[in-house]
Write a protein that binds this ligand. Sequence first.
Ligand SMILES: Cc1cc2nc3c(=O)[nH]c(=O)nc-3n(C[C@H](O)[C@H](O)[C@H](O)COP(=O)(O)OP(=O)(O)OC[C@H]3O[C@@H](n4cnc5c(N)ncnc54)[C@H](O)[C@@H]3O)c2cc1C
Ligand code: FES
Length: 256
Amino acid sequence: MQGNLVEKKVVFNKKVAKDTFLLCIKSKEIASLAKFGQFLMIRLNRRYDPLLKRPFSISFIERPDRIFILYRVRGRVTKEMSGLKEGDPIFVLGPLGRPFLIEDNKRIILVSGGIGIAPLIWILKEHPERAILISGYKDMDEVIRIEDLLRGDYQYRIAVEGDSPFFKGTSVDLFKSYLEEKGEKGIILSCGPYPMLLEVYNICKEMDIPLYLSLETHMACGIGLCQGCVVETKEGYKRVCKDGPIFYANDLIFRE
Ligand SMILES: Cc1cc2nc3c(=O)[nH]c(=O)nc-3n(C[C@H](O)[C@H](O)[C@H](O)COP(=O)(O)OP(=O)(O)OC[C@H]3O[C@@H](n4cnc5c(N)ncnc54)[C@H](O)[C@@H]3O)c2cc1C
Ligand code: FES
């Protein structure tokens, strides 16, 4: 989808963990068009201040008209976003990017680090019987509880590096232990910081498991025009906003 920013209204914006918020906006059109893995470009005002819009994954949808964005406060725009209240305007463009196509019947293992959980939640919500989400956090106060986002029962496992009642370690440690325990493979989709994605890639390569990655880069236009978001692939540079953000990991070139 291309086009102009459209004004929508905030339904709610609530804190769900340290520096982490769940924003709900109302749009029947986006809810009917959106697919797994896609994102929106967002601006908080009609002025060009800051100049660039910011990309956010569509974390999940409740049809007919609720769009959920899970975000962590990072800099100027996300700090301002955290102050949004019910009824405030928000300007969005999308849904954008190539969707993630889920193969039939296979087990889906979702692996995230930190706020990398955001683009994976919708798949967990729509495929509760065959999807499991393995999420890692640095500290207990960063942990995102699934019951703060979704109603129902889900296969959600948590790893925390600091002190906590959960698995001690990273999401990659928990992912490895899960593979050993269950001997299950299926299909993997992962999102998080680059070093974590590299570790997940190395595990999947060694075990010959298909892996897809949801990549995050800096973006300017979000619609394929500026080349500001490119990543290196075996077929040359590709735009994360237009050719991604989901990529088959074997197509990418990783730099240690
Ligand atoms: C396709 C896509 C989907 C995304 N989905 C989400 C999401 O669902 N939830 C969420 O919280 N964030 C998501 N992000 C990241 C989000 O776009 C940034 O956090 C946001 O743009 C920060 O804006 P800001 O003005 O608050 O921070 P800025 O002031 O722009 O930046 C603050 C600091 O964060 C760094 N930074 C900003 N963006 C990135 C990035 N993409 N990668 C690495 N470092 C960065 C900057 O270099 C700077 O140091 C996504 C990014 C992409 C490309
Ligand atoms: S952000 Fe402009 S081409 Fe991707």
